[in-house]
Design a binder for this molecule. Sequence first.
Ligand code: FES
Length: 182
Amino acid sequence: MQNFHSDSLNSSKILSREAYKQIDKEIQKYPVDQKKSAVIATLIIAQQEKGFITPEIEKEVAQYLEMPPIAVHEIATFYNMFDAKPKAKYKIVMCTNLPCALRNAKHAMTILSDKLGIKAGETTSDGLFSLNEGECFGACADAPVMLINNHQMHSWLNEKNIDGIIRDLTLSNKIKTSKEKN
Ligand code: FES
């Protein structure tokens, strides 16, 4: 398997050697002169490791993928799955595009907002949940839908299942926190 630079990285890098090994795997999916095609996958790996994308991470990614830092910045700020600042433990994004809107996405958003005590764009005071509106996730047939932490999709939302989702996440956080303390 062709190897890129991850083996020769020094410790001054922000992303870990492990992250660079994953990035190398993504780069290998493209022609040698098209490393930049792996930019979204690279930013996802970076965010998974660091929690959010700082300007320094953007620069490091740009250098590694041999592309202009501004191009990385444009991508990191265009897609709402990337965060420039620390976010809540559970980042909820509710699709409010037309197909979801026609199936009560706004009402689901109001239920979430009332339940969490925050508006779109805000984070709960305990840092557990943030709430945002987002663009179509390509799951319109399951509308209304929301994504948690960019990975976990919940469909056909209504008051009952929203209540269950929030309760389960709160409970699972309590269990994790008490395990960490013991
Ligand atoms: S409009 Fe909501 S998933 Fe497509």
